[in-house]
Design a protein around this ligand. Structure first.
Ligand SMILES: [Zn+2]
Ligand SMILES: [Zn+2]
Length: 383
């Protein structure tokens, strides 16, 4: 005859969850077969576990209150979900064991946190500059919707592993000349989970999780750069049982722009002007990320001259995902010499040639820097 669960845990029928948990802890410590000196410790320990499994779960407790043992016994019960009661169970054993046995690094693998996953996302140059809410599709492990993560077939539930009595660990005591040595190892029968599934859920083969395609909108802040990783907490693979989900890392790939290049938060644009514009000066329209702006090319502009359009770059991204200020757009000028001339242009250049004369001027290395020296300066250590 099974004993009344309330009696087993020495609590009243209207005991609170906390009272039940507290009493269970005390009794589990007293009767754990590995440490207890009481008679029948193993039997009692089993009873305590069974009682706690039911009374710590609101739904099961209700069933038990209405139908007694018949309401909660194994496969016949139907309708209730066998996992919930175990939520608090494992952490109780966590402290229980650490207080008695020196834990031997990672032998017990109870409910494991889900894995982190990586999703690569391609975005346009402008999207990287100004940010975007990007809907992305990817695969991840999600909690099985049939068994709700328990891994057990409908109507059944995981049972406490009989080999380790739910602890997930087995202790081996060896006698040596210095005394007895206790070794703690993961239970081979349940793989350290403390529970075994007799009738696995057919939807997830007992794993409690299934790989599924998911859609998620991810906020990509303004100013991200190629190769940046954005962490999205809790959107990775679901954990085992009710364990925490992993994180998702969105890796940004920025598509190259036809004209613009990025250097940190600055935008670089190469433009060419003709000889007349360079010599006489001009007002020109320069493309920026937000449309054309007017820029003055002063008379006498040389190849390699860099103009700065303040605040026309990309918002600066801080590590916390917020922005502070904006970069500039650097306009890099090349004076283009015409490679083909019309008849009238040729005449004009001939006149110009006569007027300018036919001397060359060697440039001193110290003062007048040539085009290539200036390019190297501008690029700094990059090349
Ligand atoms: Zn399932
Ligand atoms: Zn086991």
């Amino acid at each position: 005859m099974a004993r009344d669960y309330y009696e087993v845990l020495s609590v009243s029928r209207n005991a609170s969850k906390d009272e039940i948990k507290k009493s269970f802890r005390t009794l589990a410590r007293k009767y754990h077969p590995d440490v207890s000196t009481e008679d029948n410790a193993e039997q009692k320990f089993k009873e305590i576990n069974e009682a706690y499994e039911v009374l710590s779960d609101d739904q099961k407790r209700q069933q038990y209150d209405r139908f007694g043992h018949a309401g909660v016994s194994g496969a016949g019960a139907g309708g209730f979900n066998g996992t919930a009661g175990f939520g608090g169970f494992e952490d109780i054993f966590e402290d229980f064991f650490s207080s008695f046995v020196g834990r031997q690094g990672g032998t017990r693998s109870a409910s494991r946190r889900g894995s982190d996953i990586r999703v690569d996302v391609n975005i346009a140059f402008e999207e990287a500059a100004f940010g975007i809410d990007k809907e992305i599709q990817f695969h991840r492990l999600e909690v099985c919707d049939v068994c709700e993560g328990s891994g057990a077939r409908e109507g059944s539930h995981p049972i406490t592993c009989p080999d380790c009595k739910g602890a997930g660990e087995v202790r081996q005591v060896r006698q040596t000349f210095v005394g007895s040595v206790v070794r703690v190892a993961a239970c081979p029968r349940c793989g350290g989970k403390g529970k075994i599934i007799e009738n696995p859920c057919t939807n997830c083969d007992g794993s409690g999780r299934r790989r599924r395609k998911t859609k998620l909108s991810v906020k990509i802040p303004a100013g991200v750069h190629d190769g940046l990783r954005i962490q999205v907490r809790g959107e990775g693979d679901a954990g085992e049982k009710s364990a925490q989900s992993g994180d998702m890392y969105v890796v940004i790939h920025v598509t190259e722009h036809e004209f613009f290049k990025r250097r940190d938060s600055d935008i670089i644009l190469d433009v060419s002007v003709n000889v007349a514009q360079a010599a006489l000066g001009d007002k020109v329209q320069i493309p920026t990320l937000e449309g054309d702006v007017e820029m003055v090319i002063p008379a006498g502009t040389q190849t390699g001259k860099v103009f700065r359009l303040k605040g026309k770059g990309v918002p600066r991204l801080r590590t916390d995902g917020t922005n502070s200020g904006r970069g500039d757009q650097m306009v890099y000028v090349t004076v283009e010499v015409p490679s083909k001339l019309t008849e009238s242009q040729r005449k004009l250049f001939e006149e110009l040639g006569e007027s300018l004369g036919n001397q060359i001027t060697p440039q001193s290395r110290a003062s007048g820097k040539g085009f290539f020296s200036r390019v190297m300066d501008f690029l700094g250590g990059e090349q």
